[in-house]
Design a protein around this ligand. Structure first.
Ligand SMILES: C[S@@+](CC[C@H](N)C(=O)[O-])C[C@H]1O[C@@H](n2cnc3c(N)ncnc32)[C@H](O)[C@@H]1O
Length: 273
């Protein structure tokens, strides 16, 4: 059954397909210099059959194909995102389905790896999701996820601090229906979720994504990072922008760049043998 949060996300992503991949493509993993898609794909390895949960416009799957995946598959709530994924030359033969990660339309043991990039922390009924992941993975198959919730740095931290009380003040009927499971924020939470369905303890890594840029670009990126921004009205948004501009002035470098970053967590595990 589709939840209110899923309806919200589907409508948003149909209206703004590719907004996430443009945002994530603009960020650079600290100490590496590449966007997180390529770094994550490399950490998992070029497994042959890879399923991406919440695959969006296919940016991550395309990276897997570059490193050896021959049977990419993806599932997403949004038809708009999938339409863009189907246009990628790397994904010509990919199996891309519209649907919910809680009810995977794939057979048992079909995949060598299942991955999820910036999606798991949004999902309702995560118990059902991980049970489905365990079902579609082959024995010893890999499950890996990059999740948000690790905190913000520089201008991103300022933005979050200013925006939070505004989000809380949005009337209930217009609020972003956050159905995410807080267990995705910690290694212990992942193990609590994954252990009962047969996974080994996760290997946990923190990665920092830098978005340093001129203030106008950082503002736009911060707005894309947090879904509830899109529940604010024009007056609230104008006030948030004015407060953000004022509060980040002292962070500006002499060349007019605003430092901004977010901490993400990468969890990787295997089905126990
Ligand atoms: C923040 S975007 C990330 C997209 C993509 N993984 C990326 O990193 O570019 C979250 C995506 O997850 C999808 N999504 C959220 N909940 C889902 C669910 N329960 N089942 C399938 N897709 C879901 C949304 O439609 C959206 O495309």
């Amino acid at each position: 059954m589709t939840t209110p949060g899923e309806l919200w996300l589907r409508e948003y992503h149909d209206r703004k397909p590719d907004s996430q991949s443009v945002l994530i493509g603009a960020g650079r993993v600290a100490g590496d210099g590449r966007p997180s898609y390529g770094v994550f794909a490399e950490r998992v390895g070029g497994e042959r059959r890879v399923l991406d949960l919440g695959c969006g416009d296919g940016a991550l799957l395309a990276e897997f194909v570059k490193i050896g995946t021959t049977a990419p598959a993806g599932i997403d709530l949004s038809a708009g995102e999938l339409e863009l994924a189907r246009r990628r030359p790397e994904l010509r033969t990919a199996d891309l389905r519209q649907g919910r990660a809680q009810e995977l339309p794939f057979g048992d043991s079909e995949f060598d790896a299942v991955v999820a990039h910036m999606t798991l922390m949004l999902m309702a009924d995560l118990g059902a999701v991980v049970a489905e992941v365990a079902r579609v993975l082959k024995p010893r198959g890999v499950f890996a996820a990059v999740v948000g919730g690790g905190g913000a740095i520089g201008a991103s931290e300022v933005f979050s601090g200013l925006a939070k009380p505004m989000f809380d003040a949005v009337p209930e009927d217009r609020r972003f229906p956050d159905e995410g499971d807080h267990r995705t924020r910690t290694r212990e939470g992942f193990d609590e979720l994954l252990g009962p369905v047969g996974f080994e303890p996760v290997v946990w890594e923190q990665i920092v994504i830098e978005f340093d840029a001129p203030p106008e670009q950082v503002w736009a990126r911060c707005c894309e990072t947090l879904y509830p921004v899109h529940t604010l009205d024009d007056a609230q948004l104008a006030r948030l922008k004015a407060e953000f501009t004022e509060a980040t002035r002292e962070l500006l470098t002499p060349s007019g760049i605003l430092p901004a970053a977010v901490r993400l967590n990468l969890a990787k595990t295997r089905l126990a043998g």
